[in-house]
Design a protein around this ligand. Structure first.
Ligand SMILES: [Zn+2]
Length: 73
């Protein structure tokens, strides 16, 4: 009878350890999350932050709109 209890305990322990190992592997790498966030740039005129793809660039500076780009020149 004690043999059965030992087998059950060992089985439970093995399953627990396997689940813990599996859950640790599932964790997504931090670099993947960072890559999804787009670079933010600051408008030289009003200082608003916006994604680089939406910003206007002139002479190495970023602007939120065409009006601010013109007013800074
Ligand atoms: Zn602006």
């Amino acid at each position: 009878m004690s043999k059965i209890i030992t087998i059950i305990l060992v089985t439970v322990l093995v399953v627990y350890l396997f689940r813990r190992m599996a859950s640790e592997r599932v964790k997504p790498p931090p670099s993947e999350k960072k890559g999804a966030v787009e670079d933010m740039v600051r408008c030289q005129t009003c200082g608003v932050n916006l994604p680089r793809s939406e910003a206007l660039m002139s002479k190495g500076r970023f602007y939120c709109c065409d009006e601010h780009r013109k007013s800074d020149n």
